[in-house]
Design a binder for this molecule. Structure first.
Ligand SMILES: Nc1ncnc2c1ncn2[C@@H]1O[C@H](COP(=O)(O)OP(=O)(O)OP(=O)(O)O)[C@@H](O)[C@H]1O
Ligand SMILES: [Mg+2]
Length: 347
């Protein structure tokens, strides 16, 4: 394995009975990078995130491989996960309130997390907990409070501090800010990116917020219906997507993040100067397929403005890599220079 690869995912499948939600996903997470995972609801992002951490839902069947160094996380025993947890792998959950116990002060919970991994005195653990909370902007006197006394943003910062306690090699953050207002979201994502940079932690960030991806991620993995659609360096993918699906996602992005976009100055629509205020914003027509009833060929074909009536409808496109970018689309070479317009017309 390439030494710069921290985690290697090969042919990952996650299914529930006969329903396959993740269908043969392969990608690498490289040491020190921020990898964003994007795609519409139901694409399989959270299941992938959980598989990366070796903690799929109990009822799921997982096959394929997720390797971190000499450890295999698919089907890993509890002892393997326990050895990796905290030190090597950590999660920033979506819902900070449910990740924290309501009956203990926040600093105590971080101190307990320190002691669950490192054999240190209570006093030393507490000092580390308080220092970790200070790193995320929570002062020592605030740290004595209970989770319900914190604002949502503070709770989210506390769970980021908790995930970072042991400077893990990999942190997976699955939509860590969904419950927050846009300004708090932005601050938290900035904090997460800066903390992982400061600690040399690799970050896999599942998010719907494309301006954040543009600002903080090195590479982006686009998923659709449990498969990889496109993957590559963020700048290149955003400047010139190859898959029609990626183009559609990028074209419709400003609709959601507009407030955040203007306040931060990082506009998702920056590459679409031809769009004026009077035009309707593009969107991808239709909705993603039900995983129990997938189309025969490319899963995106029924919604794709470029799909042909033959190959796209009958043959599943496999990922191919050219110039460090991967795309799974029969027609990627035919994508026009301004693909957003494809979706504008289809509104
Ligand atoms: N425990 C489960 N049992 C059955 N099906 C599940 C389970 N968890 C997820 N699924 C299905 O797997 C698919 C992918 O789910 P997943 O949660 O990974 O999507 P996602 O990309 O994270 O979506 P979102 O953006 O809404 O969080 C969905 O169709 C979902 O209904
Ligand atoms: Mg999810």
């Amino acid at each position: 394995m390439n030494p710069e690869v921290l985690l290697s995912v090969q042919d990952l499948h996650v299914s529930f009975g006969a329903v396959e939600a993740v269908r043969g996903l392969s990608f690498d997470v490289r040491e020190g990078e921020v990898l964003a995972v994007v795609g519409e609801s139901g694409a399989g992002k959270s299941l992938t995130a959980r598989a990366l951490l070796g903690m799929p839902p109990r009822e799921a069947t997982v096959t394929g491989s997720v390797r971190m160094g000499s450890y295999e996380l698919v089907g890993a025993r509890h002892s393997v996960r326990a050895a990796l947890w905290g030190r090597r792998l950590a999660l920033v959950p979506q819902d900070a309130l449910s990740a924290l116990s309501p009956v203990h002060p926040v600093a105590d919970q971080l101190a307990a997390a320190v002691r669950s991994v490192d054999r240190v005195s209570r006093k030393a653990a507490r000092a580390r907990a308080v220092a970790a909370l200070e790193e995320v902007g929570i002062a020592a006197d605030q740290a004595r409070a209970y989770p319900h006394e914190f604002s949502g943003g503070m709770r989210q910062r506390a769970v980021i501090a908790m995930a970072m306690l042991h400077s893990p090699a990999l942190v997976v953050a699955d939509e860590p800010t969904t419950a927050q207002d846009p300004e708090t979201q932005r601050q938290i994502l900035d904090l997460l990116a800066h903390r992982s940079e400061a600690t040399g932690t690799t970050l896999v960030l599942v998010t719907h917020d494309l301006p954040t991806v543009r600002e903080h991620a090195d590479r982006v993995l686009v998923m659709y219906a449990g498969r990889l659609v496109e993957e590559g360096p963020v700048e290149e993918v955003f400047a010139r997507p190859r898959a029609p699906y990626t183009a559609g996602l990028l074209a419709s992005a400003p609709r959601k993040g507009r407030g955040a976009v203007t306040s931060s100055g990082s506009a998702a629509g920056r590459d679409q100067p031809q769009r004026t205020r009077r035009q309707r914003l593009p969107s991808i027509p239709g909705t993603p397929p039900n995983p129990s009833d997938l189309p025969l060929g490319c899963a995106f074909a029924p919604r794709c403005p470029l799909a042909d009536a033959t190959r796209c409808r009958t043959e599943r496109p496999e990922p191919e890599t050219h110039d460090g970018r991967t795309v799974a689309c029969h027609r990627w070479r035919e994508l026009p220079d301004h693909p957003a317009e494809l979706f504008l017309e289809s509104v």
